[in-house]
Unconditional design. Sequence first.
Length: 294
Amino acid sequence: MSAPLSLSGHAKDLGGGFTVRRLLPAVQRQAVGPFLFFDHFGPVAVQPEAGHDVRPHPHIGLATVTYLFSGAIMHRDSLGYVQQIEPGAINWMTAGRGIVHSERRPESLANQAYVNHGIQLWAALPVAHEEAEPSFVHTPAAAIPEVQVDGSTVRVLIGEAFGQASPVATYSRTLYLDVQLPPGATLEIPALVPEIAVYPVDAPLSLNGEEVAAHILAVAVPGQPLHLTAGQSAVRLMVIGGEPLEAPRHMWWNFVSSRKDRIVQAASDWEAQVMGQVPDEVEWIPLPEHRFKA
C-alpha cells in the first residue's frame, strides 16, 4: 500500500494565550472531503481569569462542527440559539448566507478552573448550498451511535459506519468518527468515502503499516481501507472525510466561498454590521487589517 500524506500542521494563537494546532488548510492540501479547516485545541487548563472567550464574529459558506473531549463552551448566535456545548455532543452550525456567533465560558464555570479539549472543523457547503439559510443543530452525546468493533469503540459522529448511522444531517456525503483503540488493538475501517484521513489525538499508531505520530493528520490514498494498529498505549483517533469538493474554495478570515466577490461582500457587510447580532452581546471582532483581494 502507498504511504499516507502526513500533515503536521502549525500552532495558531487565537489570542488571550489560547493556542491551537491547525492541520487544515495546509500547503499540501486544502481539504479532506468537505472539511477544509481542522483545529485541535487543548487539553488546556482554563483558569477563572483566562481570556479565552471568542467574541461575536461572522461566517459564510460553511458549517462549523464542534466536538469536545472535555470541558464546556457556551454557544450563542444571531438566530437566538443559546447552547452549552459539552463532551460527546455534535454541534453543527450552518452559516450559509451568513451567521454571527460567540463562544464563551459558561456562567456556571465562571469561578472554576476546568480543562477544555476538543476539535473544531469547518465543512465547506456544496456550491448549490453556499447561500443556504443559516441554522444551528445540537445533537447530544446520548444520541450519537456507538459500537464495539474487535474490542475498539467507534462513535459515529457524522455519516455511516459499521452498520450505524449518525442522526446529524449534512449537505454532502460526510464521515466523522471518534475511535478508541486499546493497547495493541487492530481495527480495519473500509474505504467508506472517497477521501479519508486519520488524526491520532493522544498517542502514535500504525496506519497501513506506516507509523503515524500523535497530532499528525494522515490522509489515506483514495480507495484504501484503513488498517489501524495501536502500540503499547491506548489511542484515541478521529477519522474525517467525505465526497471531495466539487470546486476549490477561497478562504479569508471566517469566510469561505467559491466566489471571491462574495467574500469581499461579506467583509463589507460585517464592517457595516448588517450581518446580524447575537442577542445580549455588545462586543464584536473587527475585520483583520489585511483585506482580501478579489
